[in-house]
Design a protein around this ligand. Structure first.
Ligand SMILES: Cc1ncc(COP(=O)(O)OP(=O)(O)O)c(N)n1
Ligand code: TZP
Length: 561
């Protein structure tokens, strides 16, 4: 088989364990998967003895040859040689690449696992035909994984290696990939200078009752670009104002569900003495968020229990995670909910409220940058990293400190080395052009819309970056306004259709929210944050977006300005 003509787009890695294969026959499953469109197969069996490995590999090779698809053996060069199949996949603890190449010869396909820049660079240098980068997301299929790097980690590795080396072998990524996230993973993990060739998948095919159908669906998804964020060709700021009315009416008509997971309790045990106060504040925030959601025209569901998420995700709404709690249990809860919404292809808004600083209550999203100047603890940073690598977020929203933390976590490769990108994010005090660039780059890397709130809000989908200067100082003096902006955004994106610009919906939500604050604050009866809250709810509910055109302060940011 000519190895230069092989496709890596849908790479099946087998598993013979009862947990995944069950009582199915491995040869039958692999043949069905080939019928469905798998383009490469790796026989991975960690338990069988050498005799059985060779016997099964021979049977599999007879099948893969019928479909002109290469068969590789995991770890075992000796088995590959005995079978005469097309190659091997070796990990960092297996036979070294040089020896494997000597034994198998130049025509063999040799793939190498890489989990960080050093491993990837050394495999490229050594002449690997492809890199298997991972682990992307946590997976029950492989428990001995050192790092979960998320799609952004894959992308960071490829970007860093591309700078150092000219050779660009094929590349796939692996770990926790299935129909629910494959398009997003490919979008987020592929740098333009070295896009991924495909994905390697175990359980989503080997564990399926209908492997042919599973492979067929995955092959279609791999061949179809992800839901485009960039549907809107922005030429001027009126692109963001002319549709306000239509988008607002649509929220009111559809009344989408906004599922809020609001966790402001920082329960790093033992519980802090102020626990009761914090719990009370959390309830207040939930109450306020629910009222804002209703006033906007959407339907709030306040549920922090992920067990319900799979059912709620099917109701056509959006999930808002106000992540404040960093215990392992809380993280699992968030992760499970994100998986459920990703699987249902519904939007998720992440507000990493508790991740930028030690225990604190994010009472506001505007005028309150100093609240978060302390920076994240190691636990918070690691929790944020887990959360970011556990699924796909449609929107990531935070104040400057929170977005800086997200960006720092992104810029770490899997060996936890921060790669500074030119701005010292820890020092704060970034110039407006630096903030705009930061938000834009994060949006590109995450493949989502990023919102950085402040006196000026920066909003970007990676292609267009918008500056919004609406809002009112009272928003910074009321508990929970940061969280409720997330809910407003969720309501708007939950009402949008696939293929529409997410950025436009996000900007519409922010303008609705922030101009309502201005209208409320200008009422005669409003003379402080207390009187502001009811007037704000009234303004949110009664606002006519046609009538706010004059209030809107939106600019399109031009790079270099
Ligand atoms: C395509 C692909 N990529 C990565 C791996 C992981 O290999 P390794 O690190 O050797 O871990 P085990 O598979 O041996 O558990 C892979 N198998 N395939
Ligand atoms: C072999 C391997 N290497 C890294 S993750 C993984 C298993 C991936 O399994 P799944 O596709 O079921 O998540």
């Amino acid at each position: 088989m000519d190895k230069t003509k092989v496709s890596y787009s849908l790479y099946l890695v087998t598993d013979s364990t009862p947990a995944i294969l069950g009582d199915k026959d491995i040869c039958h499953v692999v043949e069905e998967a080939l019928k469905g469109g798998v383009t490469m197969v790796q026989y991975r069996d960690k338990q069988s003895d050498t005799g059985l490995l060779i016997k099964t590999a021979k049977k599999l090779h007879a099948i893969t040859k019928k479909y002109y698809v290469p068969l590789l053996v995991n770890d075992r060069v000796d088995v590959a040689l005995a079978v005469g199949c097309e190659g091997v996949h070796i990990g960092q603890d297996d036979m070294d690449l040089e020896t494997a190449r000597k034994l198998l010869g130049p025509n063999a396909i040799i793939g190498v696992t890489a989990g960080n820049v050093l491993e990837a660079a050394s495999a490229v240098e050594g002449g690997a035909d492809y890199l298997g980068i991972g682990t992307v997301y946590s997976t029950a299929t492989k428990r001995d994984t050192k790092h979960m790097i998320g799609p952004a980690g894959v992308r960071n590795i490829l970007e860093a290696v591309a700078v150092k080396m000219d050779k660009k072998p094929h590349v796939v990524c692996i770990g926790g990939i299935g129909a629910h996230n494959v398009q997003r993973v490919l979008l987020k993990a592929s740098p333009p200078q070295w896009p991924l060739d495909g994905v390697a998948i175990v359980s989503a095919i080997m564990g399926s009752q209908d492997p042919q159908q599973a492979a067929k669906e995955l092959a279609t998804l791999v061949a179809t670009p992800a839901f485009p964020l960039y549907a809107l060709e922005v030429t001027d700021k009126s692109d963001f104002t002319k549709n306000l009315s239509r988008l607002r009416k649509r929220v009111a008509e559809k009344k989408p569900i906004c599922h809020n997971m609001t966790n402001l309790v920082s329960n790093l045990c033992p519980l802090p003495p102020s626990f009761t106060v914090i719990l009370t504040i959390r309830q207040v925030v939930q109450n306020f968020a629910a009222n804002v959601t209703l006033s906007i025209g959407a339907s709030p569901i306040m549920s922090s229990y992920s067990g319900e998420a799979a059912d709620l995700a099917k109701l056509g709404g959006a999930l808002v995670i106000n992540a404040g709690t960093v215990t392992p249990a809380a993280l699992e809860n968030y992760e499970e909910a994100v998986h459920a919404y990703n699987a249902a292809r519904r939007p998720v808004v992440l507000d990493p409220v508790g991740f930028a600083s030690p225990p604190d209550i994010n009472i506001s999203y505007k005028y309150a940058k100093s609240l978060h100047s302390a920076g994240a603890t190691a636990i918070r940073r690691s929790a944020l990293r887990t959360l970011l690598s556990s699924g796909y977020y449609t929107v990531i929203k935070g104040n400057e400190a929170e977005i800086l933390e997200v960006s720092k976590v992104h810029n770490m490769n899997s060996s936890s080395q921060p790669q500074q990108r030119g701005v010292d994010s820890s020092s704060g005090g970034l110039q407006p052009s630096e903030l705009a660039l930061l938000v834009k780059e994060l949006a590109i890397k995450e493949g989502c819309v990023v919102v950085m709130t402040g006196v000026t809000d920066y909003v970007s989908d990676g292609k267009t970056t918008i500056l919004i200067e609406n809002g009112h100082e009272y928003l910074g003096r009321v508990t929970g306004t940061g969280c409720t902006l997330g809910t407003a955004i969720a309501a708007y994106i939950a009402s949008s259709e696939e293929g529409e610009s997410v950025l436009q919906s996000v900007v519409a939500a922010m303008l609705h929210f922030e101009t309502a604050a201005e209208i409320a604050a200008s009422q005669l009866q409003v003379y402080g944050p207390g009187t502001f809250v009811p007037a704000f709810l009234d303004a949110l509910a009664s606002i006519h977006t046609d009538g706010i055109q004059g209030l809107v302060k939106v600019k399109i940011w031009e790079e270099g300005s």
